[in-house]
Write a protein that binds this ligand. Structure first.
Ligand code: HPA
Length: 278
């Protein structure tokens, strides 16, 4: 058996010895967006450090736990804390938990992230649902020997973000006029520095609406496994080259905290509806 697949199976076996349910949804929470966990009826929590072959999150704003429980009546697994390329992880380490969640049986992957707004129409603490992405990270999680048990060698990227899930999100905001979102293109960069003015101009020119340092590896791994993805960016800073200001992590976290309830509401309402086959 391929070595990476063996490792995935070891993590799976370990988790399966504690968790017997059939999970419906996997959720990855981004920087400053961990509060959704408070709304989960938690049944089991496992620290990343206890799971074979899981890496440890090095970013203070990310907790590093897998949470198993119920959200909106569905079995969910929530990753509180994710791995970023800028922390020094390999791509296969970044996507390891997504692969394990799929092997545990999740049918949908929900992702949130904090991102900078490149589109001048976007405002602070607003939401952008991802319709597409541009991968500017210097690597790809599928590089290396393919694992046929997970997916094919050359997965297409025709629909990286499930149009059915985006449609479901549209239906939810039509019924709840207190929230709204943009739809756009996310570009992933390595970080950890924020971009220069010239880079923001470049990212806008190549077609991106928001920029961040995560999400794309997990989405590529999910698409490889035929796992439908819904992803939302919370816009934590405005990256318009003509009037950008210096920003701090505290400001990013404050903007994320303001938007978090809207994102959490959207996720909860969507997950509720997943009971009825799309
Ligand atoms: N650039 C890259 N990543 C980010 C940003 C940004 O401006 N804001 C939040 N994450």
């Amino acid at each position: 058996m391929e070595k990476e697949f063996e490792k995935l199976n070891e993590a799976l076996t370990f988790i399966r010895s504690f968790y017997k349910e059939k999970p419906k949804v996997g959720v990855i929470l981004g920087t400053g967006l961990g509060a959704l966990v408070d709304e989960v009826e938690v049944e089991l929590t496992i620290s990343y450090q206890d799971i074979p072959h899981f890496s440890l999150s090095t970013v203070e704003s990310h907790a590093g736990k897998l949470i198993f429980g119920k959200l909106s009546g569905q079995n969910v697994i929530v990753m509180q804390g994710r791995f970023h390329y800028y922390e020094g992880y390999l791509m296969k380490q970044i996507v390891f938990p997504v692969r394990v969640m799929k092997m545990l049986g999740i049918e949908y992957l929900f992702i949130s992230n904090a991102a900078g707004a490149l589109n001048p129409q976007y405002g602070l603490s607003e939401l952008m649902v991802l319709e597409d992405h541009i991968n500017l990270l210097p690597s790809n999680p599928l590089i290396g020997k393919n694992i046929p048990a997970l997916g094919i060698r050359f997965p297409d990227m025709f629909e990286p973000y499930s149009s059915k899930l985006i449609q479901l999100a549209d239906e939810i905001i039509q019924q709840n006029h207190n929230i709204e979102f943009h739809k756009g293109v996310y570009v992933s960069v390595s970080g950890p520095n924020l971009e220069t003015r010239a880079e923001y101009r470049y990212l806008r020119t190549i077609g991106a609406d928001a920029v961040g340092m995560s999400t794309v590896p997990e989405v590529i791994a999910a698409v490889h496994m035929n796992l439908p993805v819904f992803a939302v960016s919370v816009l934590t800073d405005l990256c318009q080259p003509e009037n950008i200001k210096p920003i701090t992590l505290e400001e990013v976290l404050a903007a994320a905290a303001e938007a978090e309830p809207k994102m959490a509401f959207l996720f909860k309402e969507m997950i509720k509806k997943l009971g009825f086959n799309l």
